[in-house]
Ligand binder design. Structure first.
Ligand code: SIN
Length: 289
């Protein structure tokens, strides 16, 4: 089915799916003004249906960006980006020519070392390269549903430890390259760990999805990291098979809103000669069940 033929109007909004797996572009709404309850409900419904939704040509200053986030929950303050020199509710993700490391270059779900990882994020494009710098998303409902019954049985009840040691702190790989977006790497930083089910149930849709990711998952509860690694690696790679994904090309004023409970994403590290600047506000989530 072509994009055009699948375009549909949901109340005031038009929702155009991007791929079979996930993603939809939404038009017919100005996100810079306070939204009515009806429009907020339509956006939430589109998010639940498509897992990640995209808006074009939005004019969002910081206040409007935060107001939009608050329409869907409390703002989440990221402990590792909270370097004390900027508004803790906002993370500006910058890459400059010559950067060898970027934020989000591995397939990941955001901030899963927390006991209550964020439910979602609103990423807004301030400055984009003429080409490159796309973001990829992968549907983790499909990743779970595509497993064999034997694997589903094996994973039922299994928990995974998530740690932020690979993305922050004095020993993180980020300290061994040039990255324009600072994260805490100071000596006072302490690792945060949480244990989450490998298969979670989405609190709003009730659907099961796979919940392990390259940036944070380090091993299964009750097993050594070495014992865990082969299966964990397989599950994490399985989770971004091409048929589970979509890819978004940014323009200045584009906004992506992803459901962090059922989506993994990756920032493509292919912009070497250009600047790319994004503003991100995360929305608080709840305990993973
Ligand atoms: C992120 O992982 O939140 C950053 C994504 C991006 O910059 O495209």
């Amino acid at each position: 089915m072509g994009l055009q033929s699948s375009r549909r109007r949901a109340g005031a909004l038009t929702v155009a799916p991007l791929t079979t797996a996930l993603g939809a572009e939404i038009s017919g709404v100005d996100l810079a003004v306070p939204l009515t309850d009806a429009v907020i409900a339509e956006i939430r419904a589109a998010l639940l249906d498509h897992c990640v939704i995209f808006f074009r040509d939005q004019q969002l200053d910081v206040a409007a960006h935060k107001r939009l986030a608050r329409a869907f929950g409390d703002i989440f303050i990221h402990p590792n980006f909270n370097t004390g020199d900027h508004d803790p509710e906002v993370v500006t993700i910058t890459r400059n020519p010559g950067d060898t490391k970027i934020v989000g270059e591995e397939w990941h779900t955001d901030t899963t070392m927390m006991a209550e990882p964020p439910m979602g994020a609103l990423l807004y494009a301030l400055d984009v390269p003429p080409y490159g710098g796309d973001t990829l998303f992968a549907n983790q409902y499909l990743a779970y549903e595509g497993l064999s019954e034997g694997m589903k049985t094996l994973l039922a009840g299994l928990k995974c430890i998530h740690s932020d040691r690979k993305v922050a702190g004095p020993n993180a790989p980020v300290t061994r390259g040039k990255r324009s977006t600072p994260v805490r790497t100071d000596g006072a930083w302490r690792e945060t760990r949480s244990s989450h089910p490998v298969v979670r149930t989405h609190p709003e849709t009730g659907r099961k999805c796979l919940f392990v990711n390259h940036s944070y998952a380090i091993g299964f509860e009750g097993m050594s990291e070495a014992e865990s690694q082969p299966l964990l690696d397989w599950l994490m790679d399985w989770g971004h098979r091409p048929e589970f994904t979509c890819r978004f090309r940014w323009q200045v004023g584009s906004l992506a809103f992803w459901d962090n409970r059922c989506v993994k994403h990756l920032a493509l590290h292919d912009v070497h000669d250009h600047r790319r600047v994004m503003r991100r506000v995360q929305i608080a989530g709840d305990r993973v069940r």
